[in-house]
Design a protein around this ligand. Structure first.
Ligand code: GRF
Length: 203
């Protein structure tokens, strides 16, 4: 059984591209079936279109309320019957409806070692704090902000002369490897979430 992935994006889509490249190998065990976004005009959508994938874009400002957007985004995602939804640079928090539908099989990659530096600026906040080691985290999304059970992490050293951009690019290199390895493992072995622990393998 090939794991059906829907990938959610908001930017350049290099994490999406890493997954697309990995899925080209049938032994990987997963396929990207659609790409969803909260905005138009991003390189990630061009990557999806180049791969011949269906895409959908739902902008929050086109809906009367955030809850309306969340319900519509849930339906648009469900239409593709994902086994796993992967947020790869998606910059919107999932609402109740989305989590009710996909909770437990909705994962997000974050450019910091959670629980440190949650939120929109993980790399910037780590650099500003002066940590010597930061990194990236893949976690199962829950109702909090970057608080879900952790599936994988990779450490990245901070250089003395690092800028936010240089550090984030180095984090993203580690992040793409973490994402590809972990999603592949989930596809081949399955995973379960027990409290704050994620266990791979069939329950
Ligand atoms: C990634 O570092 C992700 O963790 C963060 O934004 C970046 C998106 O990069 N939220 P890309 O769009 O996958 O290139």
């Amino acid at each position: 059984m090939t794991l059906r992935l829907v990938v959610l994006v908001s930017g350049s889509g290099t994490n999406l591209q890493a997954l697309l490249d990995a899925c080209a190998d049938p032994a990987y065990g997963a396929e990207v079936v659609a790409v969803g976004a909260d905005r138009d005009g991003i390189l990630a959508l061009e990557r999806a279109e180049r791969a011949g994938l269906p895409t959908y874009v739902l902008r929050v400002k086109d809906y009367a309320t955030r809850a309306d957007w969340d319900a519509a985004f849930t339906q648009a995602t469900a239409r593709h019957e994902p086994d796993l939804v992967v947020s790869a640079g998606f910059m919107k928090l999932a609402g109740e409806t989305f989590l009710a539908r996909f909770g437990g099989r909705y994962v997000n990659t974050h450019p910091a070692l959670l629980p440190s530096f949650p939120g929109m600026h993980g790399a910037r906040d780590a650099l500003a704090y002066g940590v010597k080691v930061t990194g990236c985290t893949l976690f199962v999304v829950d109702a909090g902000v970057d608080t879900g059970a952790i599936m994988a992490q990779r450490a990245v050293e901070v250089a003395d002369d690092d800028t936010v951009e240089a550090l984030h690019e180095r984090i993203k290199t580690a992040e793409r490897a973490m994402l590809v390895e972990t999603v592949g493992r989930a596809a081949r072995d399955g995973f379960t979430v027990e409290g704050r622990r994620v266990r791979f393998g069939q329950p």
